[in-house]
Design a protein around this ligand. Structure first.
Ligand code: GCU
Length: 663
């Protein structure tokens, strides 16, 4: 089958036809074993050859390679399922060769060749082994089947409707799903969950009577080596099975999960497993039965185990009905308090899925202390690719540097998060809009997520280089540097004009777009900044505060405990400080707030000009869309600046040392 193109009018993202020129203009031999993924690779090469004049042939394991430029060898090599070896022996005039033990490794090898382009057919390449650092590289779609009255078709979706579901039913658009699977495989993603973690009634039925719809999606994903997962309700035995209870220690409940899971594997033999949000923001869970989250996870794990499936159990458990007057409860502590004591109790095929920070995907948070506290538990770190709190795909905010900081953080001072974790999970930012991700430049976040899951130690700027050159083949230098100019620093820019010094959540409640400094200050959600006339921030020290700082290993607990040693960017997350407190960077808290908000807006205005200067270098539709979104970003950034600065001027009474206009 030829490789799928995107649906008509949809941007080909990082797989435009021209990205295949180097491969498509050569003579390729696909040699050795077969199987569906080898067919996919063959189809990819054949499609490229049809466009660029090359040729592709099949051959047995010992077929003569002398008349080929590229040999894709499968089945003969030792190695794990996802790895491949690349080499080129120029002296011998030999071809470029990719060798893989399986079709999956060959597929990743093919996309690696696409990234390298012409260079891989020149000179000598000593054998290079490539394998993903993390076995679980997953996207969670927060897609609803039925349109939710508040959240819509996609919860926190900023790119149009769901690509899987519409108005309560499956879309049945295999071409779109397969094109999407291809994009994901090309950046290394190997797993997808196709429905929202908030499992409403309609979505709950995907597990049983609507499993056929999931099977149709799985068929498309399978062609690109991606396993399909389902978010399920912990209360499914009651909701769907009519049982009186969902108690995980009840024999009838265990049997129900075992039977339901067997039925899933009947139709999706390579089903990946379940994702569960339990006892979290109103979702049912084991606490209702006095059971632990390990008990809850293990009943699903047991049902999946015979088939090689995995349960992803989310650690996002906290009290969302807090009294704002109660200063003893700290939401940041919750995940650690619930899950650290359970380390070692989870089944081997249960993965604890932990948000990267202790709160909720703010532009700046410390790394979750849970990540370093569960050495005997399989762990996946969850990132939010969809930009709920980072501009909702109307603002340019490339998150690569933030994610890289998380993955390189060393919870015990020695081993990096990217080495401790078994997986990386991203909340998807994709919808049915023409650019997949709403904002065309938000594609860079999706690509970067996949590549960092493959190699958490990768330099994010190199990953961005890859995205730029794949997405804009043959880009002149001015375009490459222009794209870097608008993307490289965009996360820090966003941080500057929004919530300062790690304090977070000064956002409009509900939809979470735009400023509202006190929007969550007197709410039940546990996200407060405690600003008064003297100061701002949350005392999370062990000495005088909530004790959250002590959830870290000593190397970090000591750093965070004192406002003198705490890094500036997190200082209001850990400390309540007077406005006149001198930061490590040399300015006072209040002056830092003013300066960064003015600077942030100036940086967005400058980025808008850079984008305007690229007009003749970018496809007109894409250029116009981004230009239009920059107008909104500038408007919104000014609104953030003026509300935040005015709020703190009024609270503190301290004027801006530089005398700028504050309202
Ligand atoms: C955030 C988001 C919710 C989502 C939740 C989650 O709080 O606002 O829409 O359900 O995260 O991660 O489960």
């Amino acid at each position: 089958m030829p490789p799928p193109g995107p649906p008509d009018g949809t941007d080909p993202a990082w797989l435009p036809p021209a990205a295949f020129r180097a491969i498509g203009s050569r003579r390729t031999l696909v040699r050795g074993g077969g199987g569906p993924l080898v067919e996919t690779v063959f189809g990819e090469v054949a499609g490229a050859c049809a466009r660029f004049g090359g040729s592709v042939a099949r051959g047995g394991a010992t077929a003569d390679v002398s008349s080929y430029d590229l040999v894709l060898d499968v089945g003969g090599a030792q190695g794990d399922d996802e790895s491949f070896v690349l080499r080129r022996d120029a002296e011998g005039g030999g071809p470029t060769t990719v060798t893989a033990a399986s079709g999956r490794g060959l597929l990743y090898g093919l996309f690696h060749l696409v990234r390298l382009g012409e260079g891989v057919f020149q000179g000598r390449w000593e054998p290079e082994v490539h394998r993903p650092a993390l076995p679980l590289r997953m996207l969670d779609h927060w897609d609803n089947v039925a349109v939710h009255p508040v959240m819509g078709q996609v919860e926190r979706g900023y790119a149009g409707g769901s690509i899987f579901w519409v108005d309560g039913r499956a879309r049945h658009e295999p071409q779109r799903v397969r094109a999407y699977a291809r994009l994901l495989a090309a950046c290394g993603i190997n797993a997808v969950a196709v429905n929202n973690v908030n499992v409403h009634e309609t979505e709950a039925h995907l597990l049983t009577d609507r499993i056929g719809d999931v099977a149709s999606l799985a068929e498309e994903f399978r062609a690109y080596g991606i396993r399909t997962h389902l978010s399920v309700s912990f209360a499914a035995p009651v909701l769907l099975g009519g049982l009186a209870s969902a108690d995980p220690l009840d024999a009838g409940v265990r049997e129900w999960w075992a039977d339901a899971t067997a039925a899933v594997y009947d139709v999706i033999p390579d089903f990946g497993g379940y994702v569960v949000k339990a006892d979290s923001e109103g979702q049912p869970g084991p606490f209702a039965y006095g059971r632990s989250h390990a008990d809850g996870a293990n009943v699903l794990a047991a049902a999946l185990e015979p088939y090689g499936g995995t349960v992803h159990w989310r650690a996002f458990v906290y009290d969302h009905r807090q009294d704002w007057r109660d200063r003893s409860t700290d939401r940041a502590r919750a995940a650690y308090d619930h899950f650290a004591p359970l380390d070692g109790e989870f089944a081997p095929n249960a993965v604890l899925q932990v948000k990267h920070g202790p709160m909720d995907f703010q532009v700046r948070e410390p790394v979750s202390p849970v990540i370093g506290a569960v050495p005997r538990t399989r762990l996946a770190v969850e990132l939010q690719v969809t930009q709920e709190y980072t501009g909702q795909q109307r603002h340019v905010c490339w998150l690569g540097p933030m994610w890289s900081d998380v993955l390189r953080f060393r919870p015990d001072g020695e081993t990096a998060v990217g080495q401790l974790a078994d997986g990386l999970v991203g909340v998807s930012n994709v919808g049915d809009g023409p650019y997949w991700t709403g904002h065309p430049l938000a594609q860079a976040n999706l690509y970067t997520f996949g590549r960092l899951a493959w190699d958490p130690g990768a330099d994010p700027l190199r990953v961005l280089d890859e995205w730029v050159s794949l997405t804009h083949p043959d880009a002149p230098d001015a375009l490459v540097s222009g794209l870097h100019a608008v993307l490289d620093g965009s996360w820090r820019t966003y941080e500057k004009y929004t919530a300062p010094l790690g304090v977070g959540f000064m956002v409009q409640p509900g939809h979470h777009y735009g400023p509202s400094v006190d929007g969550y200050e007197y709410s039940p959600w546990g996200t407060y900044h405690f600003a008064d006339r003297d100061g701002v921030g949350v005392d999370r020290s062990a000495a005088t505060g909530t004790g959250y700082a002590a959830q870290y290993a000593k190397v970090w607990a000591d750093v965070y405990e004192s406002a003198e040693s705490c890094p500036d960017e997190l200082v209001l997350f850990f400390h309540h400080l007077p406005y006149g407190h001198l930061l490590r960077g040399g300015s006072t808290v209040i002056q830092h707030i003013y300066d960064t908000h003015f600077d942030g807006v100036a940086e967005v205005e400058a980025a808008r000009e850079v984008w305007a200067s690229l007009r003749d270098l970018v496809e007109p539709g894409r250029h116009a869309r981004v230009a239009e979104l920059y107008e909104e970003q500038v408007r919104s950034a000014r609104e953030w600046r003026d509300q935040v600065n005015s709020y703190f001027l009024r609270k503190s009474g301290v004027p801006d040392a530089r005398g700028r206009r504050i309202y």
